[in-house]
Design a protein. Sequence first.
Length: 94
Amino acid sequence: APSSVVMGRIMDFEKYDKMVDGVDSCVNYVSRQEGKTRTVKSTYDISVLHMKFKYFVEHTYDPEQRCMVFNLDYDRRSDLDDSVGYWYVMPTGR
């Protein structure tokens, strides 16, 4: 699939409850565009081993780099100590 389609699915946070096991809900509370970079902040409610957690994540997507980085929104109090990472889509040339 084209990288734009793959990243489109990854960036569709409000459907994570249907796509990702353990995600009960994911709701965006900020979405802004700065040039070509898009920032989305989302509230995640998850269930793991009969426990429920809520945490707040800031995602920054750069379509030219085909990359989205994420980390906790440190302005809000999350049930997790930290969560950081990235998604990168590498074209295969097929």
